[in-house]
Write a protein that binds this ligand. Sequence first.
Ligand SMILES: CC(C)(COP(=O)(O)OP(=O)(O)OC[C@H]1O[C@@H](n2cnc3c(N)ncnc32)[C@H](O)[C@@H]1OP(=O)(O)O)[C@@H](O)C(=O)NCCC(=O)NCCS
Length: 168
Amino acid sequence: MNDDAPPLLPRPSAASPVPQRASVTHMTEFVLPPHANSFGNVFGGQIMAWVDIAAAICASRHTRLPCVTAFVDNLHFVAPVRVGEVVCLEARVSAAFRTSLEIIVEVTGENPVKATRWVCTRAVLTFVAVDAQGKPMAVPPLLLDTPELVASQKAGETRRASRKAAAS
Ligand SMILES: CC(C)(COP(=O)(O)OP(=O)(O)OC[C@H]1O[C@@H](n2cnc3c(N)ncnc32)[C@H](O)[C@@H]1OP(=O)(O)O)[C@@H](O)C(=O)NCCC(=O)NCCS
């Protein structure tokens, strides 16, 4: 069994807060030639796919429901990762709303031979929990048990207001 995997808590009621650690998701990908562009760096689109997958798993672990990607905030590729290197992703719930939740994915490059790591990119995604007909369903709140999580929820609410303002 994977020691990194969060505990398999049962489906929460929509009202009971879920700890962030219950859904933190780690993925590790080895960069192979089919992942790369002609410079030997992993494609931005491949990183985006891995980001979306890590965030989708995290969203479903939090809600215990199928979740769809509704919005991806700005993605800034800070530094490339090359063939033969490793891409490490960590996804965590940063804020939960009514039927949607915000997930932050931190992406790190790693050269296991040289023992180096660097920031590759960071993304903020919004997922919506849905039923079998694709209708949005209420999500449980995030358990705000540290000052950092209280600040994270508040920052997520501010970003959500900006998204709504930009969409209207
Ligand atoms: C996301 C989706 C389910 C929302 O459905 P909808 O009928 O617009 O639902 P609502 O207007 O009731 O909004 C539901 C939630 O989605 C959020 N939402 C909808 N569009 C959004 C957007 N562009 N950005 C951020 N949040 C969004 C709303 O804020 C609301 O969240 P809240 O309940 O926490 O306040 C629907 O637009 C959809 O199915 N989109 C396609 C998803 C998809 O195919 N993704 C790619 C593959 S997974």
